[in-house]
Structures are given as structure tokens and as C-alpha cells.
Design a protein around this ligand. Structure first.
Ligand SMILES: Cc1cc2nc3c(=O)[nH]c(=O)nc-3n(C[C@H](O)[C@H](O)[C@H](O)COP(=O)(O)OP(=O)(O)OC[C@H]3O[C@@H](n4cnc5c(N)ncnc54)[C@H](O)[C@@H]3O)c2cc1C
Length: 509
């Protein structure tokens, strides 16, 4: 398939600049002209500060070293996510969803075995927090980077300042030849499925061969398509609003390398530690809590001074049916959003752009445009729906009874047949591994992630038989092993300082 000659990206949020960079990198022979148009009157969403390990691949593709971008974006490392107050099961009031590494292979097996034994009714310790390196590293303020090289890399994600990352990526894209226009689009000119041009208030008409809609929840271009369909997820995910705040970093507290996603009365609150501040946000459902109520709960939970500035946001949760339609590709919030519980949005952004670019790789069998679009859209939808299942699982499996929100989140949400079957299989102590194997990539998340969620929430029989002390001893050994390995890793702060130093040294005097 022929690549387009001129591309107009509408929107300069993280999605727009990620698209600009990846496209310029792939088609950087300058035969393709890439322009990004954004509005300074409208602005970006200003959140989205945690990632999955997938983002590592983005920087690798572009050849951007951590020492180049992390200090510029006040970024920190992320070993996983801690989930306090989602479960009331004794011993499971908090659990950890770790990013895994080959270092966990054997001890992870102990966790899988114990979880299986506990499902069968034996009192085996099975909280994932105790079985992987990630929770030990992050709670002890280590970076997921060893002092001495290991024969493999650990999986990890990042935390970063979304505004600074946007600026960093903008400068990078511009130096790779992307043209940048600041103006506000007032109309979209279409001929049926094809977008001919957009018209902006000051700079007039902008025609292009291909358009990338990164205009955020507005979905300026995709939304103007004939037959535009948006599939809302509100029956599965109740949360539709957030209130956020940034608090200065406590210099005396250790810099943790984890996101904390803590259950509150009608939703949950993230804490994302950056080098200079902690970003926090309460994600809630306005069916159960007013904006004022959410703000006052956030203020109380964080003991905020009255002067602290908070920001209220609405979330449009769901996805489009067609991410690629005619000569337009939706990327970012315009294509859909699953609430931020597992920080997956930028992974979906990256995946969408990468697979779009792949469709133009030389040597791919020639198929007609409609079939290519269809296959592409099915693939992206599968990814969205797989993530949706995993996120929905958190709500379905919660065991809180203290507020109507948590009861409804467990009892009223509509989940997919696939998720229901998986939970049934787990509850009935059937062969969950076989089911996960069979589902393969459809479930998006790995066996270890599903086990962490199901076991971490304490989803086990209530009456357990006593286990022999060997199991307890074995988990103690795992704990000693992980703790003993800590000194093989770099302190989080020292690693970040080293990156800053490397950046300063690389900068021209
Ligand atoms: C509460 C919350 C928490 C989140 N947390 C995470 C997280 O932890 N991890 C994660 O990966 N993601 C997270 N996300 C999602 C993440 O913020 C977005 O995926 C990411 O910021 C990309 O947004 P975007 O670029 O699609 O849209 P935006 O940032 O909204 O950018 C839209 C762009 O479109 C432009 N635009 C709009 N209309 C016009 C117009 N008429 N003319 C010209 N330009 C226009 C604007 O100027 C702007 O540049 C979160 C989202 C929310 C709501």
C-alpha cells in the first residue's frame, strides 16, 4: 500500500506528538510532509503521567536515551502498581500488580502454586505483594536497574510530567522535520468518507492526503465521519470524572518507584511520584459522588492546604468502532479511553500508531484498502476490549461493602462473557491456566497479571484448611531472596541523579 504524501496531525497532546515522532522516524525520508496543528485556545488534557512497560519501546525506537528524556520530564521509574483498599479480605487489604522480570521466574512459580493451593481450599500465602521483586524494589525506593548488568532487562514503566513530555516530544519532532502550526480548527471539509481539508481560524484551509485525529475527547475529525459510532463503556466502568492536584515532593520521604491506586469512597485515587512533585487524582463516578464531594474527600485524604489548586475533569469512557476510517486515523482520547486505573492509554496510542505504520511496510501482501482498514480496526478493538476486561475485573472482584459505589461496582457492572467465564473458572478451581492459554493475546494481560489481580483481591474460598508450615517457610524464603537481592539494585534517587548528570554533561556548554 502506498504511504500518504502529506499528513496533518490535529492535536498537540501526548498522542499527537507521539504520532508525529513515530511517523517522522518511520517516514523520515522527507518525501512525506508531516504537519501538526494544535490550538493554544483549547489546550491539552494535562494528565496521563504513568505508563506501562510498553513505553520503553517507544523511546528505544526513536533512539532516545533515558538520560535525554527522563531528567527533562522530571520522570521516575515505575515497578508496578499498589492497590490498597480494594479488598477487605484479611491479608489482602492491599496488593501489588508487579511488572515482571526473568528474575521472578522461579519465585513467581511459588506464587502460582500457592494461589492454586489456596483456590483448592488450603491456607497457602498467596498475596502477590510477597512474591515478586517489583514490590520490594519500589517500596524500598530502588530503581529497577541493577548495579551490575544482568543478562536480561527488567520490565518497568515510567512516571513523567505530561506537559514536559509533550514539550520534549514537540521539540524532537520539529527537529525531525515536522511542521508545527498553532491555530484553532473551525471546520472539517469532507467528501463522503474522505476528509479534504480542515479550516483554521487564522491560517485558513489545510488540505492533506491523510489526517490523524489527536484532538482529544472532542474527536474533531473522527466524530465528523458519516456513520461515526462510539461504544460507551459506562455499564462496565462507572467512573466518568476526576479531580486532580499536584503536591510538592516531600524531600525527606524516600522516592518510591510505584504508582499507588488507593480505593476511596466512590472511586480510587492515584499517587504518581515525580522528581519534583506527586501527582494525585481521584477518579470517581458522578452517579455516586458530586464534584464537590470528590474534591473535599481528596482534600481530606491528602490533608491539602486550602490554597491547593485542584482541577476537575470529565472522562468520556468507551471507544470508537473504527479507529481508521478512510483517510483518517484516530489516536489517543479521540479513539477512546478506558479509565486510567492501569495507565494503559499511552500504550494504546503507541500500539495504534505502530500498527498503522506497519500496514505500509514494504512486502506486505496487497489487499484492498477496506480489508486492511477492517483488519486494523478489529485488532485495535481487541486490544481495547482486552484492557477493558482487565480493568473491569478490579471492580467486579472488589469486596468492599462500605459504600453503595463499591457494592454497585461489584454487583451491577456488566462484564463480558469472557471475563465472567474466567472468574467462574477461578472460583470453581478449574483449569484457569488452560483458559488463559486458550485466550492467548485476546486477554492482553499475561497469566501473571491475571493471577495477581484474582489472588491479590483475595478471591479464595472463605473456609480454608490449615496448610503445613513448609508453605509458609517457602514464602519466607522468597521474601529473604527478594530482600537479599535489593543491594544488587541502584537506589531510585541515585539512578535519577546519575541520569541528570549524564544529561548535563551531554549538553553543549
Ligand atoms: C483523569 C485521567 C488520568 C489519566 N491518566 C493516565 C495515565 O496514568 N496513563 C496514561 O497512559 N494515560 C492516562 N490518561 C490518558 C492520557 O491523558 C491521554 O491518553 C494522553 O494525554 C493523550 O491525550 P490526547 O493527546 O489524545 O488529547 P489531549 O491532551 O486532550 O490533546 C488534544 C489536542 O487537540 C487539540 N485540539 C482540540 N480541538 C482542536 C481544534 N478545534 N483545533 C485545533 N486543535 C484542537 C488541543 O489543542 C490539544 O493539543 C488519563 C486521562 C485522564 C482523563
Amino acid at each position: 500500500m502506498k504511504k500518504p504524501f502529506s499528513i496533518l496531525i490535529v492535536g498537540g497532546g501526548t498522542a499527537g506528538w507521539m504520532a508525529a515522532n513515530l511517523m517522522a522516524h518511520k517516514w523520515g525520508d522527507r518525501k512525506v510532509s508531516i504537519t501538526l496543528l494544535e490550538s493554544d485556545a483549547i489546550g491539552t488534557i494535562g494528565v496521563g503521567e504513568g505508563s506501562t512497560p510498553y513505553l520503553k519501546g517507544f523511546f528505544k525506537t526513536l533512539g532516545i536515551a533515558e538520560s535525554e528524556w527522563m531528567p527533562a520530564c522530571n520522570a521516575t521509574y515505575k515497578c508496578g502498581i499498589r492497590f490498597p483498599h480494594w479488598s477487605t479480605v484479611p491479608g489482602y487489604e492491599s496488593y501489588y500488580h508487579p511488572f515482571f522480570s526473568p528474575l521472578d521466574r522461579e519465585i513467581g512459580q511459588v506464587f502460582f502454586n500457592n494461589a492454586s493451593l489456596r483456590r483448592s481450599g488450603l491456607d497457602a500465602p498467596a498475596n502477590p505483594t510477597d512474591f515478586f521483586h517489583a514490590p520490594f524494589l519500589s517500596s524500598n525506593a530502588y530503581a529497577p536497574l541493577p548495579e551490575q548488568p544482568l543478562p536480561f532487562e527488567l520490565d518497568y514503566g515510567y512516571h513523567f510530567d505530561a506537559g514536559l513530555l509533550g514539550r520534549f516530544l514537540r521539540d524532537r519532532a520539529k527537529s525531525a522535520g515536522v511542521r508545527h502550526i498553532v491555530d484553532t480548527i473551525s471546520s472539517v471539509e469532507r467528501k463522503g468518507e474522505t476528509i479534504e481539508a480542515v479550516t483554521a481560524e487564522d491560517t485558513g484551509r489545510h488540505p492533506a492526503d491523510f489526517f490523524v485525529d489527536c484532538s482529544g475527547f472532542r474527536a474533531l475529525l473522527l466524530g465528523s465521519a458519516p456513520g461515526y459510532q462510539f461504544r460507551p463503556f459506562h455499564e462496565t466502568l462507572f467512573n466518568n470524572a476526576a479531580v486532580t492536584v499536584q503536591i510538592p515532593r516531600d524531600d525527606h520521604a524516600p522516592l518510591l518507584s510505584e504508582t499507588i491506586s488507593e480505593g476511596l469512597s466512590s472511586g480510587w485515587m492515584w499517587r504518581i511520584p515525580l522528581q519534583n512533585r506527586t501527582g494525585c487524582g481521584y477518579v470517581y463516578s458522578d452517579r455516586f459522588l458530586s464534584a464537590d464531594g470528590a474534591e473535599s474527600e481528596l482534600r481530606k485524604t491528602l490533608a491539602l492546604p486550602d490554597s491547593a489548586q485542584v482541577n476537575h475533569l470529565r472522562m468520556k469512557v468507551g471507544r470508537v468502532e473504527e479507529h481508521w476510517q478512510g483517510n483518517c486515523l484516530g489516536v489517543g482520547l479521540s479513539q477512546g479511553f478506558i479509565e486510567p486505573l492501569e495507565a494503559t492509554a499511552l500504550m494504546l496510542v503507541q500500539f495504534t500508531i505502530e500498527h498503522f505504520l506497519e500496514a505500509f511496510s514494504p512486502g506486505r501482501p496487497e489487499v484492498d484498502h477496506a480489508s486492511r482498514e477492517k483488519v486494523f480496526n478489529q485488532r485495535i478493538n481487541r486490544l481495547f476490549d482486552g484492557v477493558l476486561d482487565y480493568v473491569a475485573g478490579h471492580y467486579k472482584l472488589n469486596s468492599r461493602d462500605d459504600t453503595p459505589y463499591w457494592r454497585a461496582a461489584r454487583e451491577e457492572i456488566v462484564i463480558s462473557d469472557r471475563l465472567r467465564a474466567l472468574i467462574d473458572c477461578w472460583d470453581k478451581n478449574s483449569d484457569v491456566d488452560h483458559m488463559l492459554d486458550q485466550a492467548g493475546e485476546e486477554l492482553v494481560y499475561s497469566r501473571a497479571s491475571w493471577y495477581s489481580l484474582l489472588a491479590g483481591m483475595g478471591r479464595f474460598p472463605k473456609n480454608l484448611r490449615r496448610a503445613d508450615t513448609g508453605l509458609q517457610q517457602e514464602s519466607e524464603e522468597v521474601r529473604r531472596f527478594c530482600t537479599g537481592n535489593l543491594n544488587r539494585f541502584r537506589s531510585h534517587q541515585a539512578q535519577l541523579d546519575q541520569l541528570s548528570l549524564a544529561r548535563q554533561e551531554a549538553e553543549p556548554a
